[in-house]
Design a protein around this ligand. Sequence first.
Ligand code: BDR
Ligand code: CA
Length: 314
Amino acid sequence: MERWLIDTDPGVDDALAIMMAHRLPGISVCALTLAAGNVGIDHTTANALKLLDILNVDTPVHVGAPVPLVRSANDAAFVHGLDGFGDIGYTPSKRFAEAEHAVQAMIRLARLHAGELNMIMLGPLTNLALALCLEPALPNLVKRLVIMGGAVTGHGNTERLPAEFNTGFDVEAAHIVFSRWPRFDLVDWEATLAHGVPIAELDGWLSADTDEARFYRAISRKTRTWMSRERNPTHWVAADALAMAAALRPESARDWQERALRVELDGALTRGATVVDWSGRMGWPVNARILMRYDQAGFGDTIRTALGANTTPG
Ligand code: BDR
Ligand code: CA
């Protein structure tokens, strides 16, 4: 079994990624650690607990930092709904989060499963940056780190043009992680855009007769409507789901590029931009393996499996 810790700010695309991790064979999710991002920490916590009800699993949930490290940031409620799950008015879960803080859980689990724990970051990097400050040896303990974040060709998806949401929400945290973690996998916003799922196909999967598909159909309705109006009328994108697919099924990745990547902290126009030394002329240490291309059919298989809409991919 591969052991994974998921740091997340659910969030509609986070929800699909979390479902994927709990439904793909051979994966053990040892904790959800929660970030603020798409919406506030109270909502991301309630959403994570509700999702575990739908999945009928007892994954421990640890609440993390409620605000970015230094500067405040706008949430993404206009995409995910005011509650982060499409404002469907779901009945809240009766579960509780663990008493242990997300940052302490990360460090404890990394020490407990030294060399075996994989981590995936689906939200702003606040918790991981704090964990790195408390335990600088964390990269030696963790087997693989996958980050959904950044926009490596500068398109971005926030009100600051080049910044991607997770990186732009807590830029200082991203700086700490990118400058102190020697080698991580990055699934960025531009890879996300290049791997849209045809809406007709998605609609078919969402009509499956499973609790997962029913819940996901409901919570994603608002954001699907918003996305087809504002972004792409024919294809639906899910950043965190693509990151999770690349994390759990790396054999379906078709192109990774290894480069040095940093984040702009101060630019008047570019705060939050991820800067990649594509031609290697700066002499910066290479720290990121950037996903450029992923097998589209393989990505679809992981989504169908998450929703219970197919037979399990091989
Ligand atoms: C990222 O930002 C959030 O809105 C999504 O959940 C995803 O993690 C995409 O930029
Ligand atoms: Ca997210």
